[in-house]
Design a protein around this ligand. Structure first.
Ligand code: A2P
Length: 292
């Protein structure tokens, strides 16, 4: 089965399916099963992993066995912070490719903006070398605030993507405005409000969007679940969305979102949920995993 997932053009000249499968907090075995089910049964073509998730091998095992050609798939992985810097990034990328069992990834992202601009720029230099070699079709960043994006743009470097925490409680208008200005696509992480043990940053809270009365009421009009309403909200906002699930029914449900549309009134109701509350850390609050 192939779902009608739209694609978004990236400034790299490649395109990205607007909906993909996230796999944070899944083991290698869970990830392998989830990725196979997503691609072979549910019609996903886009998988989002990261070195720090510890499940690139699970993704790789699944990709080696799915019934879809590599060129029809879009695979993202991310450089962990401990490997930022020029040489460390080159070597970490090689290890990711090996674990994935791939010759190239479609998107390689810096996972977090270290509080060290010089190192961020050296890391970016490495990503450009990787992109020039064809082993990453596009390169980008995660959790970059507008000032981090300006740091790169000021050097003539335009990331293809900025992947940030984004959901109705945190619509990230400032990041989206800065990204739009430079033709950078925005991807939403924790698009459903995160996992049950989210709320891991200072001042962040576990999110309750999946049981939120406004989201639930909107869904009831269409016979759709809160997760499906949230995924439509991202799609209709022009965002790239990567809901995580390891459950085959929920994986299928999360891509079954192309037979209804949120109205302007629904979008206005959902807009009332914007209170700026995060499930994860603000990028400036944690220098996560910084190299010594
Ligand atoms: P599970 O993997 O057991 O399905 P986010 O993508 O915002 O991080 O949210 C992921 C969380 O939401 C996971 O705990 C995942 O659990 C759960 N989840 C994913 N899809 C659905 C769904 N359709 N309905 C309810 N919970 C879901």
């Amino acid at each position: 089965m192939t779902a009608q997932v739209p694609t978004i053009a990236l400034n790299s000249g490649t395109t990205i399916p607007q909906l993909g499968l996230g796999v944070w907090q899944a083991t290698n075995d869970e990830t392998e099963k989830a990725v196979r089910s997503a691609i072979d049964d549910a019609g996903y073509r886009h998988i989002d992993t990261a070195a720090i998730y510890g499940n690139e091998e699970g993704v790789g095992r699944a990709l080696a066995n799915v019934g879809v050609a590599r060129e029809e798939l879009f695979v993202t992985t991310k450089l962990w912070n401990a490997d930022q810097g020029y040489e460390p990034a080159l070597s970490a990328f090689d290890k990711s490719l090996t674990r994935l069992g791939l010759d190239y990834v479609d998107l390689y992202l810096i996972h977090w903006p270290l509080q060290d601009d010089t190192r961020i720029l050296r890391t970016w230099d490495a990503l450009e070398v990787i992109a020039e070699s064809g082993r990453a079709k596009a390169i980008g960043v995660c959790n970059f605030e507008p000032r981090h994006l300006e740091l790169l743009v000021g050097r003539g470097a335009i990331p293809a993507v900025d992947q940030v925490e984004l959901h109705p409680h945190l619509p990230q208008q400032a990041v989206r405005a800065a990204a739009d200005k430079h033709g950078i696509a925005v991807e939403s992480w924790s698009p459903l409000g995160g996992t049950s043990n989210s709320g891991w940053g200072p001042n962040s809270k576990p999110n309750t969007l999946l049981t939120d009365p406004v989201i639930t009421r909107v869904g009831e009009q269409y016979g759709k679940s809160p997760a499906q309403v949230l995924i439509r909200w991202h799609l209709q906002n022009g965002l790239i969305v990567i809901p995580k699930s390891v459950n085959p029914q929920r994986i299928a449900q999360n891509i079954d979102v192309f037979d209804f549309e949120l109205s302007d009134a629904d979008l206005a109701d959902i807009a009332t949920l914007d209170d700026g509350v995060r499930v994860g850390a603000h990028p400036d609050a944690l220098n996560l995993g910084a190299p010594e």
